[in-house]
Design a protein around this ligand. Structure first.
Ligand SMILES: [Fe+2]
Length: 295
């Protein structure tokens, strides 16, 4: 049986249909005559984000996670750019690489095989972990996992992964896409202890308040929103996707949990970013006393 997600149908509202059709035509025109080119070295913003984790074992003090999301290969980001993206990520000398979903777009699934070589090029001693985004759900899950695994990566689809250092552990919890209700944290929660350092990776950010309420997650890493892609002074972002409207960009603090929403590398319909550059985040985990000392 296929596990592909069926394409969404437009609502049967004639006005919405008309507006949707107009927007689609405008984007098609724009992309045809203004095909923006992404310059990885000049345009991608490397964001250095220090995170203090309450239960982080000292063995993981300074642990570096390169967090990349929403490449949407085949739209603005082209296959020849993957080598440069890998070089940029490797230059950050990360201990772990997290790819936060939407590797391709629903209309560019044929680009998925390019990732096998991309994952081979990535270098991190603790490896590369991947979660699926809503667009990835349009591909066969089996094929998606096969490509990631052939390249040496690991797909965390409602799975727990432990990283050990001198007997101490960091726990990664990867959830499958919540946009299409493929996520299931409930089965993993009994395995988590609130005294451990638990990092949740999920494409969509907006369930963060629920995850924080469990009291067991120290940090959530998400993407999905592209940071709004277009952010205007005073107005902010005119459009944000479902499951990405509450926590659209940057760092958010909850009671016992921090959320980082990555602005992503690629674009969706319009190959355009205004006031919201493409991003690779370097997350540095710090133990509490040291972070306080550094201000
Ligand atoms: Fe997404």
């Amino acid at each position: 049986m296929s596990d592909r997600v069926k394409p969404l149908r437009l609502e049967n509202n004639p006005v919405r249909k008309m507006v949707g059709s107009f927007i689609n035509r405008a984007f098609t025109f724009y992309e045809k005559y203004f095909p923006g080119r992404l310059n990885i070295e000049e345009q991608v913003w490397v964001k250095d984000v220090s995170i203090t984790m309450k239960n982080l074992p000292p063995q993981f003090d300074g642990f570096r996670i390169a967090h990349v999301s929403d490449i949407h290969l085949g739209t603005w980001v082209k296959p020849f750019m993957l080598e440069r993206i890998a070089a940029l990520i490797n230059s950050l000398i990360p201990h772990l690489i997290v790819i936060g979903g939407d590797l391709v777009s629903s209309a560019t699934l044929e680009y998925l095989p390019h990732y096998e070589e991309f994952f081979r090029q990535l270098q991190a001693p603790e490896g590369v972990v991947v979660v699926r985004g809503n667009h990835d759900c349009y591909a066969e899950k089996k094929e998606f996992k096969h490509i990631v695994e052939q390249g040496g990566g690991v797909v965390l689809d409602n799975r727990l992964l432990e990283i050990s250092r001198e007997g101490q552990k960091l726990y990664l919890i990867g959830l499958d896409c919540s946009y299409y209700h493929q996520d299931d944290l409930s089965a993993l929660l009994p395995k988590l202890h609130y005294k451990n350092a638990n990092i949740l990776i999920v494409h969509e950010p907006d369930n963060a308040d629920q995850y924080a309420a469990s009291g067991k997650i120290g940090l959530q890493l998400s993407g999905h929103t592209h940071g709004g892609q277009i952010r205007l002074p005073l107005i902010g972002s005119p459009w944000l996707p479902r499951c990405g409207r509450k926590y659209s960009r940057g760092l958010y603090r909850f009671n016992r949990m921090l959320l980082y929403t990555n602005s992503g590398l690629g674009t969706s319909s319009a190959h355009l970013r205004i006031g919201c550059p493409p991003e690779v985040a370097l997350i540095r985990l710090l133990i509490q006393e040291q972070a306080a000392g550094k201000g």
